[in-house]
Design a protein around this ligand. Structure first.
Ligand SMILES: [Zn+2]
Ligand SMILES: [Zn+2]
Length: 416
């Protein structure tokens, strides 16, 4: 069973090199928008590609840590594939011999860094897919763009690349693809259509109180109590103001006020992560959240709060025709047992992949790649992305991911 021509197949030595390269990236993660060494390696790797006669390569840096590698092979369609490259402030606890010991600086603080979301698999798979097309001039014609995107983890790297002139610097593709490794059976694929991920809005809120002595609350406006009221009441947005069949999440993952128990501080800061499953719900929930924050401040006699939406991503909305065709392509390449088309499959997590396509009205599909063993999946605490134990199985995850990426690209640039 195969969709890809023999010239685009992975050889044994490719699989070995793919796993080795993956482990190198796993051991040297870098935080969002600080992917300097990662980017240097990706660009160097693209410089050293083995090119079949006729295949041309162009390396287009976008900003400091964004890169597009373009392969051209005569006239034909343009297609793009994206891999995100950043890692997270997590102390790795996998115990693997290639585990990360890297450190980074986050908001001025020294932190452990780990590829806890599998973007290292995305880099390695992107590079290997690039190898396959670079060394084969016979089976395809057109232009392939490999987008290595920084800052996916909460730093709006996709929007940044767009604002730095991505689609002015490279030809607009007729389709854009991307994949993400997730905790389900290693080497299997899941494709869905329409909404794939939720939107995210990250709000930074500073409520203004009036500080004073802890023994004289009557002379203060206590921003701690005020924040507590707001945060409890915000939980009623989803439970009381959003319809039971609609989905949204309002989480407060950061709350800070004060220095000492006997001083009532003059302000408090909290940060919210709001996820919504549709654009309509997104607008409604944001409106309600802001209404509650402002009203509670007013109820406490506090000044207007500062509210900043500092990180936002659209819903990843898979193109229906592209997703259905992709499922057929994957099934031909990998066989029915490894490919699931599930139109109801949804994630409340978020991804900024959609921003790349939305910015230039490019149809896109983002699929999920399973990367874990039964042992991981059935563990007492099930594995999840962003866990310190997140370690995809290199084999067969990586080679299936490369075959999927290559098949998606090939479906646009095949010669016959
Ligand atoms: Zn992540
Ligand atoms: Zn991720």
């Amino acid at each position: 069973m195969s969709y890809l021509p023999a010239t685009l197949n992975l050889r044994d030595e490719d699989i070995t090199a793919l796993i080795t390269e993956y482990k190198e990236y796993h051991a040297s993660p870098e935080l969002s928008l600080q992917e300097f060494e990662t980017t240097r390696k990706i660009r160097e790797r693209a410089e050293n590609l083995v090119l079949a006669p006729g295949v041309e390569r162009e390396i287009v840096p976008i900003g400091e840590t964004g890169t597009v590698v373009i392969l051209r092979n005569g006239e034909g369609p343009v297609v793009a594939y994206r891999a995100d490259i950043d890692a997270l402030p997590i102390l790795e606890q996998t115990g693997l011999d290639y585990a990360s010991e890297a450190r980074g600086v986050l908001d001025g603080e020294d932190v452990a860094v780990m590829h806890g979301c599998g973007h290292d698999t995305h880099i390695a798979m992107g590079l290997k897919t690039m190898d396959l097309f670079a060394r084969d001039a016979e089976s395809w014609a057109g232009t392939i763009e490999f987008i290595f995107q920084p800052g996916e983890e909460g730093k709006d790297g996709a929007k940044l690349m767009v604002s730095q002139g991505l689609w002015q610097s490279v030809p607009r593709p007729e389709a854009l693809y991307g994949q993400h490794v997730f905790p389900f059976t290693a080497g299997t694929l899941r494709v869905t259509k329409n909404e794939v991920t939720a939107s995210v809005d990250s709000l930074k809120v500073i409520v203004k109180g009036k500080g004073g002595h802890g023994s004289q609350p009557q002379d203060t406006i206590d921003p701690v109590i005020l924040s507590a009221y707001i945060l409890v009441r915000l939980q009623s947005v989803v439970s009381r103001e959003v319809g039971p069949l609609d989905s949204a999440v309002v989480t407060c993952g950061y709350l800070h006020a004060g220095k000492k128990e006997n001083i009532i501080p003059d302000q408090a800061e909290f940060r919210l992560s709001i996820r919504s499953a549709s654009q309509k719900i997104r607008e409604e929930v944001l409106h309600k959240v802001i209404r509650i924050i402002r009203s509670e401040c007013q109820a406490s006699g506090a000044d207007e709060p500062e509210i900043e939406n500092y990180h936002a991503s659209n819903i990843v909305m898979n193109d229906v025709a592209l997703s259905e065709k992709l499922t057929e392509t994957f099934t031909q390449e990998l066989g029915e047992e490894l490919v699931t088309f599930d139109p109801d499959y949804r994630l409340m997590g978020s991804e900024d992949f959609g921003e790349l396509g939305d910015a230039a009205n490019i149809p896109y599909t983002f699929w999920m790649l399973g990367g874990f063993s039964d042992e991981h999946l059935n563990a007492e605490v099930p594995i999840s992305n962003h866990s310190p134990f997140f370690a995809p199985l290199p084999d067969p995850t990586l080679s299936v991911g490369v075959r999927a990426a290559a098949a998606a690209i090939y479906s646009h640039v095949r010669k016959d």
